[in-house]
Write a protein that binds this ligand. Structure first.
Ligand SMILES: [Fe+2]
Ligand SMILES: [Fe+2]
Length: 386
């Protein structure tokens, strides 16, 4: 390390303190001298991506006034689901730490829960930005480098959008969830670049698509709706990028290597399941996470709420052949996690408005670029020609 580098790193740490987090990685950056573009799916995706760019500053209406408490109450009225669900079911538990909470307290909790979710989106988007930059360096195909570079821009835009929304419209931002951080670290430190695709493009992006879809399906806040629609249209392309690339890689992968990918997918999903317990939220309300875990009733609605987040990941793992390799090893693990029910689930997701599909009428009122909508279509059948 040169003195100049050491000095600039020292001064950056002095300036940012805990705000900087360095992850050391050892991986190969690959040039390719093969500029032939033979991968039609990736070529089409790249063309779509170039046409679907949008601008956080110009295309979202930041003049919209957001009142977080009103947003929570409106959502409860519109959906019939009380503020603070599913944590609110703790009220029914005898001696629960939230027994004395009234409706106003649950509204306050729901506002912070929304801040926590948006914060994890924000940090996850930065993770996606770094992972995609890694892919551009490491992937050997020119088509994937081209496409990946558009995703780098997309992810930077998503970080910008969520950071601005949290800063200007919401009361606070929460730190990254430790399960999300450890999965991002695992993906970024592994020298096998195809695991970046599996961990980020399939698991984390798949989870994000379902989570965005759930938020889009429930929030009544117009700026957030607008933002989620734009982001989801981009994310649909990103998941398709992962599926297209991994299919080609997995075609040639020896059985023992493929087995390691199954195990990686399972571990990543387990880590993401633990993420859904909102561990960063409860301590800010003076309640230890252990207290909540012990008291949280194991109701069907509670379980379903957590499971539905996997509705994109499971079908995509199936498409990649990961479920049924090795006598269905991953299928068994997903059955134990109670998420195997999603293996053929795209159509149901659409029916439940998890796709964030935009009607013609809504398109006219939001001014959403029709090219961006093409991106949303990609997620429905990523195995089909794009
Ligand atoms: Fe993103
Ligand atoms: Fe993404």
């Amino acid at each position: 390390m040169s003195l100049a580098t050491a000095t600039s790193e020292a001064s950056a740490e002095a300036a940012f303190g805990d705000l900087l987090n360095r992850v050391r990685a050892d991986f190969d950056t690959q040039f390719t001298w093969d500029y032939e573009r033979g991968r039609d799916g990736l070529n089409r995706l790249y063309e779509k991506a170039k046409r679907s760019q949008w601008n956080v500053s110009d295309d979202l209406d930041w003049s919209i006034d957001v009142d977080p408490e009103r947003m929570v109450r409106l959502q409860a009225d519109a959906t019939g689901v009380p503020a603070g669900f599913p944590a609110r079911s703790l009220l029914d538990v005898k001696g629960s730490p939230v027994a004395s909470w009234n409706d106003d307290k649950w509204v306050e909790f729901a506002v912070h829960s929304q801040c926590s979710s948006l914060s994890q989106f924000l940090h996850g988007e930065q993770g996606a930005l770094l992972c995609t930059a890694r892919l551009v360096e490491a992937v050997p195909w020119i088509e994937a480098k081209y496409y990946g570079s558009t995703q780098v821009v997309d992810e930077a835009r998503h970080v910008e959008a969520f950071a601005r929304y949290l800063d200007e419209k919401m009361p606070t931002t929460y730190p990254i969830n430790e399960n999300l951080k450890s999965l991002l670290d695992a993906v970024l430190t592994d020298e096998r670049w195809d695991l970046v695709y599996l961990g980020m493009q399939v698991v984390i992006e798949g989870l994000a698509l379902a989570a965005f879809g759930m938020m889009l399906g429930t929030t009544q806040e117009p700026l957030l709706k607008q933002m989620l629609r734009y982001v989801m249209a981009d994310e649909a392309r990103h998941v398709a990028f992962g599926i297209l690339s991994l299919r080609e890689i997995y075609d040639d992968l020896p059985a023992d290597e493929f087995r390691l990918r199954q195990e990686f997918a399972y571990e990543a999903c387990e880590q993401m399941r633990r993420r859904t317990l909102n561990a960063e939220l409860w301590p800010s309300f003076g309640i230890a996470n252990e207290e909540i875990q012990a008291a949280l009733p194991d109701t069907e609605s509670q379980r379903r709420f957590q499971r539905i987040l996997f509705s994109k990941i499971v079908p995509n793992c199936k498409k990649l052949g990961l479920l049924d390799h090795r006598d269905g090893w991953l299928r068994e693990r997903f059955a134990e996690m109670n998420i195997i029910e999603f293996e053929d689930w795209e159509n149901t997701a659409e029916a439940l408005n998890l796709e964030g599909r935009v009607s013609d009428q809504e398109t006219a009122s939001t001014g959403l670029d029709p090219d961006a909508l093409e991106g949303v279509e990609v997620i429905e059948n990523p195995a089909h020609p794009l």
